[in-house]
Design a protein around this ligand. Structure first.
Ligand SMILES: Cc1cc2nc3c(=O)[nH]c(=O)nc-3n(C[C@H](O)[C@H](O)[C@H](O)COP(=O)(O)O)c2cc1C
Length: 154
């Protein structure tokens, strides 16, 4: 587990979903698992990306990111994207990938996806908060159980 998540203690009481945040630039693609993400009004999404992330460079270079929501049972995807660096492995291998408006990779067979263009970037210490306007999105309308991340468990 990355040190950025090694919060423990009281932080275990905060619950989050697990999402895959992705970006693509000049033929390179990358993605990371992101638990710290939320909606900002009806048209924007905020994602929190630490300095350890290779994907962060591609978000900054492309000015865009994709966010795919995971369901319960997709822990393996969370681990692939959350425990490895995109520079070392092709995390998308074996997954069905598509693009919408921005070119950021998105994952099929997941409950929902959002394609976002970055409108605001905030620096909080070494962490960056990217706020993206949703330019395309879709959801599987069937019921789903979210993959919940709490502390080091999910
Ligand atoms: C369940 C889970 C949630 C995570 N949430 C975040 C997060 O919100 N922000 C972040 O910067 N890293 C988060 N991480 C860690 C990154 O996914 C991890 O550092 C990843 O290896 C970065 O990949 P990259 O270098 O290819 O971008 C999370 C990891 C896991 C397993």
């Amino acid at each position: 587990m990355s040190e950025v998540l090694n919060t423990g203690g009281t932080h275990d009481r905060l619950c989050h979903g697990v999402n895959i945040v992705t970006a693509s630039h000049e033929g390179k693609r990358a993605g990371l698992a992101v638990a710290w993400a939320c909606q900002v009004g009806g048209q924007r999404i905020l994602v929190t990306v630490g300095p350890q992330s290779h994907t962060r460079e591609l978000i900054e270079a492309s000015g865009a990111f994709g966010l795919t929501v995971l369901r319960s049972g997709q822990q393996d995807i969370g681990r692939t994207f959350g425990l490895h660096h995109s520079g070392d492995v092709d995390k998308f291998e074996g997954l069905e990938v598509f693009t919408a408006e921005t070119g950021s990779p998105l994952l099929r067979r997941c409950p929902a996806w959002f394609d976002c263009r970055v409108t605001h970037t905030f620096e909080v210490g070494r962490t960056k908060l990217f706020v993206g306007e949703i330019v395309a999105s879709d959801a599987d309308v069937t019921e789903f159980v979210p993959l919940v991340y709490r502390g080091d468990e999910y």
